[in-house]
Write a protein that binds this ligand. Sequence first.
Ligand SMILES: [Zn+2]
Length: 474
Amino acid sequence: MSRTYPAMAAVALTATAGLLVSALPAGAAATRFTPGAPGAGDPYFPDMGNGGYDVAHYDIGLKYDPATKGIQAVTSIKARATQNLSRFNLDFLGPLKISALRVNGAKAAYKRTGAQELEITPPKGLRKDGRFTVTVAYSGVPQTINDPALGTSGWIPTADGAVMLNQPFGAATVYPVNDHPTDKATYTITLTAPENLTTLANGDFAGKATRGGWTVSHWRMKQPMASELSMLAIGKYDVISGKTKDGVPNITATDQGLNISAENARSFHQQTEDIQAFLQGNFGRYPFGSTGGIVAKAGVGYALETQGRPMYDLAHRPGSIPSPGLIAHELAHQWYGDSVTPERWADIWLNEGFATYSEWMLAEKQDGKSVQESFDEVYATPADAALWKPKTADPGRDNIFHGTVYDRGAMTLHVLRKEIGEKDFAKLIKAWPTANRDGNVSTRDFIRFAEKISGEQLDGLFQKWVYTSGKPSL
Ligand SMILES: [Zn+2]
């Protein structure tokens, strides 16, 4: 995510965490089936995600009706059991009404419970390592999340449609999901809307057709994607399609309500390609099959690194396009955050530190402002400022978008660069996303990796910069 733009109001969301107490199945059968966990074990967000299975693929078919501003949808999930399951949970939040739910084609019992749990009991236990399919049909107007600390996410209505933005949560307002970054999966998304509206989603455009006044468009994300990075945009957009020099399809779109000139829209499209090429020179091959960007009028006050096609909310700046620094930030996340994703939200500095550092690197190339100057500017922040208070690699649930995660994260990388030298740093920032492509990582993994490349003991440096509160000395 970009830093939140100033002056964005937030409304309180009341959600009470509900822990499920599980009962063992009656009878002593040869195989014992037990319930999957109702959370993925992330201390910041105990309700997010679930245990007992691993999702391989989401197939989302969603129809948007402007008359109701609501959706009719069918989501089909292919998964593999990682234990003998008597029942399992998905995350599904808000007022959407379920009309049918099947597991492997058979009707299954379900219950909506806790803050966001959809508890599903299939007619028969699911054996460990067995594959299964869950299909859920549902409809209604999805909920918008307004978290007092983390802002607006989920389904966000716009003047002529809606967008979906899911960091750190929100996906569960629109589709049933194992909503934690550790369970990445591939996606196919099919969107239906009146023919005067444009529909966009992550990944490769796989065709569209219009019949009876409704247009159906098809999207595919072939690389594993964390649910927090899935997105949708429905509304009146101007779209430019092309290809980068490397042949990667580039689709950019600008909300017509923002009155962005054709020249600016073209510039945004071209800058996306140029900045991506610059980042590729530093980080190695672009990790996804398509790229682009959506300039939206959503009023959320941030841009987000939605996989393969970031979304930039510019409701507060009609007519303008994202700055080069902002484009560099969100595209850098395609390597750092999207392809390589922290396994715990506490480690989000691994995303934001690199994205901020990429802004500094681009400023050096484009404006001649050296990375060292950017570092010095932020380091000059007085020792009693809020910037230095949270621990960068464990900032706390409400501080995952705190300045420390961005600025101190980037400063840590610069201090590391000076410690291990130009050659090893250049090697590190290319080797890390390559070695961990499509994976999940921790800060400890990063430290070990940097130590291996540099041959240096780096515990002290990271202890001082990411695990300790207070302004570090140089
Ligand atoms: Zn970011």
